[in-house]
Design a protein around this ligand. Structure first.
Ligand code: PMV
Length: 396
């Protein structure tokens, strides 16, 4: 067991192209977002394991001796197999969360306990730890916040119990794990995601683990070798949506009009593939023509998504506002509200970006200027983290 403080971060994600079509076997391009979740793990000697999630106001602790005295054999089957409903029920008893606890809080606590108990189960004693997780990502907006949480937990806990090495070497400010360690982090993070989401595809935890751009199709994901980092505006319309209902809506439209909807899905697939090809070419020296292609692809896909019935008046507004400033946008994720992305070409003027952000905020939206294609799960040196992050993680 390591005795040092660990600082881990993992990115959220957006879908660049392929949402909805991916449900029908087509390609999706998921990209890591430069809005991250940060975790501080501090070994303690007070006999407690504590979890503090300042974004959602959770502060809980458990007595390590009590956890140790419990019959944890129900986790025996939990080693990288699907957490069963019985395991989740038993975990709920162990967690001892109040009955009136909000769903987000309950699931965050269960995912933590599942990973903590499973990862340390083979060691002689459960360690006393203080864990704080803070995120730049809004929750429930389709930006992969739960996956980033699970990835941070998996990476920190596996490092703390020395199943994977601490990748930070003397003099490094930030460091990443080797491929086989990332595989293990991803495997455990997927378990955390399963506790939170039931039956997720696994793309969110994969992109949070590996970062960059991930091509995802029928359960298989492949990272693009050297993807460019693209600047974007990420806008949250704040209109709540149900991914399940929107996916069902597309399915019924497909059943009703197969001759019309199938070509749309095929075309979205072609857009994702063309985007992948262009991104692959952009690794050397991106050209203005390549950015124009990316803009056209964004524009075409947005119209297809509208034709699939997953648009929303606020998303139309978002596209119109950015278009009036010469910028192209599309919805990202399930649609029906939620978030949209706007590509910022490198030569776009600062005053254009500021005016667009102001106009979007004026519509009542939240807007972040950020980038996509960011690095995956990373280990940081405390002294090199930005002051607001250090403050949020309670690092003195
Ligand atoms: O729920 P979100 O916003 O992360 O996006 C879901 C993406 C869909 O393609 C619509 C559904 C899916 O499972 O892939």
């Amino acid at each position: 067991m390591l005795s040092d403080m660990l600082l881990v971060s993992a990115p959220g994600k957006v879908i660049l192209h392929g949402e909805h079509a991916v449900v029908h076997g087509k390609v999706a391009l998921a990209v890591a977002l430069n809005l991250r979740t940060f975790l501080r793990l501090q070994p303690l000697s007070n006999g407690k394991v504590s979890l503090n999630l300042p974004n959602i106001g959770i502060k809980r602790h458990w007595d390590v001796t009590r956890l140790h005295s419990l019959d944890l054999s129900f986790l025996e089957k939990g080693d990288a197999t699907v957490p069963t409903p019985e395991q989740v029920e038993k975990l709920t008893e162990v967690a001892d969360v109040p009955a009136d606890c909000a769903v987000t809080e309950r699931l965050a606590v269960l995912a933590f306990l599942y990973l903590y108990l499973s990862v340390f189960r083979k060691q002689r004693a459960l360690p006393s730890l203080d864990i704080v997780v803070w995120s730049e990502l809004p929750t429930g907006a389709g930006l992969g916040s739960s996956a980033a949480y699970s990835v941070c937990l998996a990476a920190a806990l596996l490092t703390a119990c020395e199943q994977i090495p601490n990748p930070l070497k003397d003099g490094d400010g930030i460091s990443r794990w080797a491929e086989e360690d990332l595989e293990l982090i991803n495997k455990w993070a997927f378990q955390g995601e399963r506790i939170i989401h039931g039956n997720p595809s696994g793309v969110d935890n994969a992109v949070s683990t590996w970062g960059g751009v991930l091509r995802y199709q029928q359960g298989q994901s492949v990272s693009l070798k050297r993807p460019p980092s693209l600047k974007i505006l990420l806008t949250n319309t704040k209109v709540p949506r149900s991914t399940k209902a929107l996916v069902a809506g597309v399915r019924s439209r497909l059943l009703k009009f197969p001759e019309i909807v199938n070509p749309l899905l095929t075309s979205i697939d072609a857009i994702a593939l063309e985007c992948e090809r262009v991104l692959g070419e952009m690794e050397a020296e991106p050209t203005p023509e390549q950015y124009l292609v990316l803009e056209e692809l964004i524009d075409m896909n947005q119209h297809h998504l509208n034709a699939l019935g997953v648009g929303h008046a606020t998303l139309d507004r978002l596209c119109q506002v950015t278009r009036s400033h010469g910028l192209y946008s599309k919805l990202t994720g399930a649609g029906g509200g939620g978030c949209g992305i706007t590509l910022l070409k490198p030569d776009v003027q600062r005053q254009v970006v500021e005016a667009t952000k102001q106009a979007l905020t004026g519509c009542g939206f939240d807007c972040w200027e950020t980038s996509i294609g960011s690095p995956g799960v990373s280990m940081h040196l405390a002294s090199l983290l930005d002051a607001p992050i250090r403050q949020a993680l309670d690092i003195l």
